[in-house]
Ligand binder design. Sequence first.
Ligand SMILES: [Zn+2]
Length: 323
Amino acid sequence: MSAQFRTIAFGMVVAALLCMAACSRQPSSANDGANTAASPQAASIPAAPAAETTGGFDGARSYKHVAQLVAIGPHPAGSDGIHRAQTYILEQLKSYGCPVEEQDFHASTPAGNVAMKNIIVKIPSANPNMILYATHYDTKRIDNFVGADDGGSSTGVLLELARLLCARKNAETIWLAFFDGEEAFELQWADPDNTYGSRELAASLALSGNLRHVKAMILTDMVGPYNPVFRRESNSTPWLTDMIWSTAARLGYGKVFVNDSAPVEDDHIPFLNRDVPATDLIDLDVPYWHTTRDTLDKIDPRSLAITGHVLIASLPEIEKKIR
Ligand SMILES: [Zn+2]
């Protein structure tokens, strides 16, 4: 996504303050999680809250997905690594009994014509009204960049969300999209060199006439840091942002989902551009953004669990709104 807001003075001040705060952040104690006790790596896995306390969303499971994606190594669009990431995501989704479709397409990029693949879980319902959750799973094309937070964290959240949602009957159609090609091929973000996967899905839904059924698109991206701060993304649809942020406040996460706002260009923009209500959960104010320091030690399972808890807990209200 684009960090254009960093270029305005206010954003720079905020970023500097957050960076100062981030420098003093320390991962919390790693040994109070009973659910990790049996693992030989337990000492190195930070604790996650018990799933019963976060709406059934298991932060430890979500974190393990992030660790697996990081272990794959760099996986930018069109690379060998991304095929391994695709295999992992597909295997996990199928193990949950999720109905999965692969959307293969070719994108014209600064690196030439590149084969890409969106992975889409389509949970059917008699009600055609659809809620679309989304993440990107590609990593930025930087040498040795593994994208634990940028690409990994939100993909770990959506995999765990898929496990929960595929196992139950939902009041409406729910899709979970794992986008390829969110990252720009060039170092700098410039249109149209970004959001290849989300633009492809939005365009194909428009072409098939099904875009009108998408009543809410909820994007997650960079949701894994210690002490995350999610600002209201200012391009997003206010009612949808309000529902998610008010759910977070009700659950006691008001210090995570804060009330100030900032613009971020991300995979929700192609849907907003086609008049689909959409919002974005993202903490872009991290000092390791688009550097090789975006590694697994930056990821707090609690942050994944908070994100998942808010997504699960806000669903009934969104369902009521779109019914
Ligand atoms: Zn990125």
